[in-house]
Structure formats: C-alpha cells, structure tokens
Design a protein around this ligand. Structure first.
Ligand code: GAP
Length: 437
C-alpha cells in the first residue's frame, strides 16, 4: 500500500497548512499515528458526525441514540468474542526488528522496512485491545479495556433502551464516539489510526426480516455518501467472501472508496444474526430478547449493523472534494464540499477594515451566525480572501463594500461557479435558508 500519490500529499499538506489535521504532540516529534483536529478539521469532523446523526436518528422514527462509556470490564469483551478473536497476525523481521501485519504484506517473504527476504518469525496473534486499570489498585480485578468498537455499548443496553423508549423491533440504536485499537500498522494519514471515531447503528429486527433489512441498509448507506457529495464512480459496495467474514457475521458488505492507494473500506454493513444478544444474555444471565404480544412469543432479534468510521469518512470527503483549477493564469485550490460537510457555510468579508464597513459586516455576522457557522475575515486583498475560503470549502462569501452603506445590499459569491449576485441584506436569511437546506 503506497502512501505516496499527488492527491495524498496535497491533502496532507492542505490539512497542515489550513488547520484541518495536525500530527499529535508535534512539538515533541509527533506520537505514533495519532492526530489532532484543528480549527477547520474539528468543524468538518463534527459536520460528518452530525450529517450521519441527522439521517440515522433525527429524520427517522425507528432509531434512537445512545452515548455509552468508553471504559468497560473484561466480561463485555469476553462475551463479545473480542478477547479471544480480536487480533491480527503479527510477524517480526529478524534482520531489522520491525513488526508487520502478516495479512497486509505485499510480499509475504520480504520485509518492507529493510528488504531482507525470509527473515520473518512465525506469525502470532496480537490482540488489538488497549488494556488499562480502573482505580488505584493494579490487579486482575481492576483490568478494564478501552472499547475497540462502539457496538457493544448498544448490545449491553438493549434491554434498557427497549424498556424505556417504547420502541419495538424493527428499531435501531445509534452511537457516535471514539474507539481504540492497537493497530500493528497504522497509516495512510487518518485512514488507520489507533484512536478514531466510529458512527455505528445496531438495527434489531424479527429474524425472518434480517435479509430484507440487510439489503435496505446497504442501499441507504451507499446513498448517504452520494447525497453528501461523494462521486458515485469513486464508491462501491463489496460483499465479503466467506473467509473474510468476522466471527459474528453471516453476511457483510463494505462500502469502499477509491483512495489514492486503492479501493478501501469506509463502512461495513453486517448481518450479525442473534450472536451478540445471545452471547451477552448467556454471559450476564439477563434476558436480552423481545416478548412479542402479537404472537405471544419470545424471540431474540437479529441485528443489522451499518458501522462507519467518521475520521476515515472525513478523509474521503476531503479527497473527493479536492480540485485544482486554472483561473486567470493562477491555480485555484478549491474544496467542493457538500455544504453540510463544509466547516464554514458563509464567510463575511468587509472590503476594507474601515470602521464604516466593519460595523455592518459585524451585524451581518451576528445575524447569520445564529443559524450557520460563519467565518469573519477582514485581512488582505479580497481576491486572496476568496482563495482562502475556496481552500477550506466555504460555499458562500458575503462581501460588504462601500455601496452597501447606500443600497443596504451585499455581494454573495458562489464557491464553485465563482458567480456573484447582489442581494439586499434583509433577504440574506431566507436566501441562505433555501441554499443551505
Ligand atoms: N462494530 C463493527 C466494527 O467495528 P469494523 O469494520 O471493525 O466494524 C467499522 O469498523 C468502521 O470503523 C470501519 O469501516 C472504519 O471506517 C472504522 N475503523 C475501524 N478501524 C479503524 C482505524 N484503526 N482507524 C480509523 N477508522 C477505523
């Protein structure tokens, strides 16, 4: 897997230059494939998560949300199968000491670090969970794990949610949050990191409806990426072969994006059967099933799980939106992001710093920022400021000029077409409500 491509470098450079993503602990030389999201990145990442939550929870009557703890006791991970199964095959190079994931090597006999052949140790299984201690006493009773997926929080709260939310199958529980995996080979910028964010939903269905809902969620999830601006040709749904399936899954398809290195996974949609609820019911001794008053029977719902990565998805949005265009002998870098994903929706730009323009510009900012994340920039020439907003993907710029003082109107510039229209200030609220819906 190669990290070097022009687009890859452009995205890493833009991220650093414009405050999207910084290497973590950079002043100490960086820290092992962890990243910090800067002033623009934190907004974009939040927008990715909000766009997911909007379509998975807000716009539906059959899905509710949850925010479960990150720390959990070993029993959870024993029952889920993660303590015994959640591992990757690890090999060491006897020549240079580097460690690799055996199943990700381009050539299984050659060390990608030093190039030596046939120097790998036998593969051994390496569990990817981060183990820690809860409380001041370091003994086996205090062992805890950072969750490697958000999913188990939904399963162990199934009965709590069922009993309090007045939902019945088919219904879903959705969660967005951090997960942690001690990846052997993190890399490709924020694509594979040890700390990352997931957006997962467990959809509990009558067993005989599982296949229908699996197909349904595969379609819905593909459409979500397209609706938020991903080029359809760069997206595909790839069903897993039998030998790829996770220990819990009877069917999985990956939503894959055409990254600069290859097609790679954004999201997995899995038919998990009744594996998780049954495992937790057996291990905890609690009932994790559903009493169906219509048929007067008890059954364990099957689960369809669309499981996406927020940080990885943000990277795909960045790559898909990145364009360089020739405009008047100059190269314009522009992120053609969907407005829901863009960090700022509107930039308010007074043509000069003079107080007579700053006043009305501040008033417009105060008004529009009630509803949308807006930037305010009064430095440098207007052309440079447009370019700065293009680079971070702001869909609209509002320019306040000296005519504004007379006609109470402003110039609104569209990021993609660069066309400008003159609009009365009093119409801005309605105009943007329509455009940014
Ligand atoms: N509950 C099922 C589950 O966690 P997964 O395929 O292991 O399934 C779901 O993870 C998604 O989480 C992946 O499709 C990916 O987008 C994201 N993800 C997984 N590991 C990641 C990592 N190390 N770095 C960034 N994102 C990751």
């Amino acid at each position: 897997m190669s990290e070097t491509s022009e687009l890859f470098d452009q995205i890493v450079n833009l991220s650093k230059r414009r405050g999207i993503v910084f290497p973590s602990a950079e002043i100490y030389g960086g820290f092992r494939s962890t990243y910090d999201y800067g002033p623009i990145g934190v907004l974009m990442l939040r927008n990715v998560k909000d766009a997911w939550w909007r379509s998975m929870v807000q716009l539906r009557t059959d899905v509710v949300g949850l925010d479960a703890s990150i720390l959990s006791p070993p029993q959870v991970w024993e029952a889920s199968g993660h303590l015994s199964n959640f591992s990757d095959p690890l090999v060491d190079c006897k020549s240079c000491g580097s460690r690799h994931r055996e199943d990700k090597l381009d050539d299984p006999d050659t060390c990608p670090t030093c190039g030596e052949k046939n120097q790998f140790t036998e593969a051994r299984e390496f569990n990817l969970m981060f183990e820690t201690q809860a409380g001041p006493v370091k003994d086996s009773a205090s062992t805890a794990y950072l969750r490697p997926e958000t999913a188990q929080g939904m399963f162990i709260n199934f009965a709590n949610v069922l009993n309090t939310s007045r939902k019945k199958p088919p219904f879903g529980i959705a969660q967005v949050g951090k997960s942690f995996r001690n990846e052997i080979t993190p890399g490709n910028f924020v694509f594979r990191t040890r700390e990352f964010e997931q957006m997962e939903m467990e959809f509990f269905v009558p067993p005989e409806e599982a296949n229908k809902w699996y197909e349904y969620w595969c379609d819905q999830r593909m459409q979500w990426y397209i609706d938020h601006g991903i080029t359809p040709e760069n997206l595909r749904l790839r069903p897993h072969a039998d030998d790829e399936l996770s220990h819990y899954s009877s069917g999985t398809s990956d939503v894959e994006y055409k990254f600069p290195w290859d097609w790679d996974e954004l999201e997995g949609i899995a038919n998990r059967g009744d594996y998780d609820l049954t495992q937790h019911a057996n291990a905890s001794g609690q009932k994790l099933d559903y009493f169906d008053p219509q048929t007067n029977s008890r059954w364990t719902p099957h689960v369809i799980e669309p499981a996406a990565g927020a940080t990885r998805t943000m990277m795909a949005f960045l790559m898909d939106a990145y364009h360089e265009e020739q405009v008047n002998d100059e190269t314009r870098t522009v992120l053609k992001l969907h407005h829901r994903i863009a960090a700022y929706k509107i930039a308010i730009l007074p043509l000069s710093k003079k107080p007579e323009l700053a006043g009305p510009a501040q008033e417009i900012f105060a008004q529009l920022s009630q509803n949308w994340m807006c930037d305010f920039d009064e430095t440098q020439a207007i052309g440079k400021r447009y370019r700065r907003q293009d680079e971070i993907g702001t869909p609209y710029c509002v320019t306040v000029d000296f005519d504004t003082l007379e006609d109470k109107a402003v110039t609104v510039r569209d990021r993609d077409s660069m066309e400008q229209v003159r609009l009365p200030i009093e119409d801005l609220q309605n105009w943007f409500t329509e455009k940014l819906n």
